[in-house]
Design a protein around this ligand. Sequence first.
Ligand code: M6R
Length: 617
Amino acid sequence: MCGIVGYVGKQKAVPLIIEGLKRLEYRGYDSAGVAVLHNGAFEVAKKIGRVTNVELQAAKQKLSGTYGIGHTRWATHGGVTDENAHPHVSSDGRIALIHNGVIENYAQIKRFLLSKNYTFKSETDTEVLCNLVAYHYAKEPVATNGDSRFVESVRKTLRHTEGTYGIVIMATDAPGELVTARKGSPLILGLGDGESLVASDVSAIVSRTQSVVYLKDGEIAHLTANSFAITTLDAGTVEPVVDKVTWSITDADMGSHSHFMEKEIFEQPTALENAMRGRFSEDGSTANFGGLNISANEFRGVDRLMFCACGTALHACMVTEHLIERFARIPVECDYASEFRYRNTPLFRNSLFFVMSQSGETIDTLAALREAKRKGYKVLAINNVVGSTIAREADGGIYQHVGPEVGVASTKAFTSQLLIGAMLALYLARMRDMSFSDGTQMVQALKGTPDLVRKALLQAPHIQNIAKRYAKATDMLFLGRLSLFPIALEGALKLKEISYIHAEGYPAAEMKHGPIALISEQCPSVFFAPNNEIFNKVVSSMQEIKARKGPIIAIITEKAELPAGLADEVIVIPECHEAVLPIVASIPVQLLSYYIAVERGCDVDKPRNLAKSVTVE
Ligand code: M6R
């Protein structure tokens, strides 16, 4: 959740670290800090609030040098204070450390360190870890296995540490050296020209180099400006794999947009084109996926699918469930990854397990994947961030290929998950009962999605006006049926996370079993009412709301004819194939939430209390 950047090279470290932290601010943003080594001592600038506060503080303190570490924090242990912000420096002044994750046995370690006269300024588990490195560093004057004493002291520390971590460390006696290690929190090494970087996210590195090494759990890396070496916790050596990042820094810039969320909403036609490129069969009747690592025969033997994810990604799984059951007639179950991991769900012999995650780092989703693997199941991942932990631990999977998603509120990643879910439904259906001609028809429909999304986006000015009228609402309902029920859930999630308006998503007909009690002139309902076989049923639900004076915002398809005066606001989206409908119907709710949040003056890209990827339990 927090962001990490470390730099060693020829350039001024502080501006580079600050630039990297700004790119990571979306991951967590209650405080930040940087540390450099100057004349044999650490100089640290830390401030609560945004990275710009630290930037000013670092300038005031005149921090300089070509070597340093920086961090953006999302508080876990200890409140949001300058003292609790990272980097932390050990009480003997010899070690500086930044950390993502949670040290579970910190209290026990702290007791031990207090007995050894180490002292603490903060309430964090990180300062405990920092002092434990200092303790081993002071105690182990010579490494026995050829490693530097610095690396060895980190290794000893981590052997006594329970929990999760991504850490970067500097030592006063080792200028120009960074030691970094991970367990459960992502870390990537950047190998530049006469410089090395380490960060928790590629976006903090990619302006300097596209050559990266994804560190694995249990690995420790030692970096200097011109070298790097990776070993394991038990001192084994690691042959590193250097990867090339396929996107550039401009992909992670806001361009002419006011917010990343706005940029990412309008990027969706291109994102969807990228997500489906090269993924249809030559005969044009089914989908093709390169990285599944499961033969068509194995797929044919699957008689049940299980999907686990969190938040928006879970809503994409729920739409996928609907489409797979509808077209391929295979039973599908979806579960919150956080529940699945402890629920001991019965799985079936021929179950196939999927996880979905934009970041590929969500700890609950990762834990669900590991639990399914422990039970002996193959796990496939639908994931956006290339090289993420989930991508690496899954047996195979499908990359979303939509480039970096920076806005905390997921938009383009969500619709690309819906598209991939629809393509998966097609793939499975064609192996079973779907005919060649139905398959080609569905392929044509899926190929047309980007244009339909372009058309839906033309509604933006109209939706912006609607948003102005409803921005003061305190509660809102989102109501949809069938594959649009998960889109109702998603609409409610989108609205509450960025505008802080209380919102709930329900199957439209379920509304009368409770939520109808909320209806008043102050509680608008957003209805999805496409032109389909249950359109009239949805209209009846609208009538029930109208009879209780609830304002109605109706999202209808072109051919749907609403009774005059029933809806207060109407947003028209194009008619489309039912596999495409959830994607196109998502656009108006993304825009509505976005414009309402802007109207309310909310910090759209960095909503309070949230982080882009949730890497703690
Ligand atoms: O990276 P993931 O897809 O695993 O993230 C899962 C959720 O944390 C995420 O979708 C969250 O709900 C978003 N903020 C929604 O916009």
